[in-house]
Write a protein that binds this ligand. Structure first.
Ligand SMILES: NC(=O)c1ccc[n+]([C@@H]2O[C@H](COP(=O)([O-])OP(=O)(O)OC[C@H]3O[C@@H](n4cnc5c(N)ncnc54)[C@H](OP(=O)(O)O)[C@@H]3O)[C@@H](O)[C@H]2O)c1
Length: 282
């Protein structure tokens, strides 16, 4: 089905992923309706109804994404990440609109060291993760046509993320302590956006994992960034348990992306390639 004949709505369209996605859509000839706070609060039923009205497809990038903040703002996290997503599903079901909803590796507990496949049992260990899992479940329960795309370790130009935080810390501190027991795949929001644009063509239904190819620890990722930018800073490995943070984080965030890869026209790039491009553009 030709996507340019239908109105594409991006919720959370000015966030880190949403803004890259809006650009990627425009580059492919789509003119998406880009909605975000304050004009479109997805917890507001009227706003949501207006967003859905006339839409051909909806991509939900809106989320409460403050992982530590969710431990003290659980009610807000659930309203945005769970209840609103369920309501979006009900509206989409009535209007027969396909929804692509973005989710996270935080729905897993991160125990073990195997890459997660889509059929693995979720078991979130943080309020953020639990709220996102409930969002996935409420969307599925709504009966709307939908696709859930779980992503992990994302970075992009429009937001705070591991890369931008590391660079800020590198400027302020001579030594960076970075955990070497969290393993996953750095994933550029530009790459996620490209994959989403491909999914828009056929609008598949179901659950998909997407991440940069290859696995690395946070420590190794930090070393890569420091080396690429020739920063004069020492990177020292440490453990997650060395830090006190309000929310627990999964140690194993590896995704098996075989399922989505079969739908994409190009192989997913090794994580180093988009990260190098991103660092060059800074
Ligand atoms: N960042 C990561 O490492 C990561 C990893 C895995 C999965 N994800 C998922 O990726 C998706 C996109 O997140 P992101 O990284 O682009 O984070 P982001 O930059 O925080 O984007 C989320 C957007 O949603 C907006 N928003 C928050 N509450 C809203 C509400 N009630 N109504 C409408 N919009 C609202 C935010 O606005 P404000 O900025 O004004 O709050 C922001 O523009 C989310 O589903 C997230 O769970 C992210």
């Amino acid at each position: 089905m030709a996507t340019h004949t239908t109105k594409t709505v991006i919720l959370g369209g000015r966030g880190m992923l949403g803004s890259d996605l809006a650009r990627a859509c425009r580059q492919r000839g789509l003119e998406p309706a880009v909605l975000d706070l304050p004009e479109c609060d997805i917890t507001n039923s009227e706003h949501l109804q207006q967003a859905v009205s006339g839409a051909g497809l909806i991509i939900n990038c809106a989320a409460y994404t403050n992982v530590d903040g969710a431990e003290s703002e659980a009610e807000l996290a659930y309203r945005v990440n769970a209840e609103a997503v369920g309501r979006l599903g009900t509206l989409a079901q009535h209007a027969d609109i396909w929804v692509l909803h973005v989710s996270t590796d935080f729905i897993f507990d991160g125990r073990g060291d195997k890459p997660y496949v889509e059929t693995d049992r979720p078991n979130p260990i943080s309020t953020y993760g639990r709220s996102k899992l409930e969002g996935e479940q409420l969307l599925a329960d709504s009966g709307c046509r939908h696709c859930i795309l779980r992503v992990e370790w994302t970075y992009g130009a429009a937001g705070e993320n591991f890369v931008t935080k590391l660079m800020r810390r590198a400027k302020a501190e001579g030594t960076l302590r970075v955990v070497d027991d969290q393993v996953g795949s750095p994933t550029a929001t530009i790459e996620v956006s490209g994959a989403i644009c491909e999914l828009l063509k056929n609008r598949p239904e179901g659950l998909f994992h997407f991440a940069g190819a290859g696995y690395v620890s946070r420590y190794e990722m930090a070393r890569f960034i420091v080396d690429q930018l020739s920063l004069d800073v020492e990177v020292v490995p440490c453990k997650t348990s060395d830090f006190q943070s309000p929310a627990a984080r999964p140690l194993n965030s590896r995704f098996d992306c075989g399922k989505i890869q079969r739908l994409l026209s190009e192989p997913i790039e090794a994580w180093q390639v988009p990260l190098e491009r991103f660092l060059r553009q800074l």
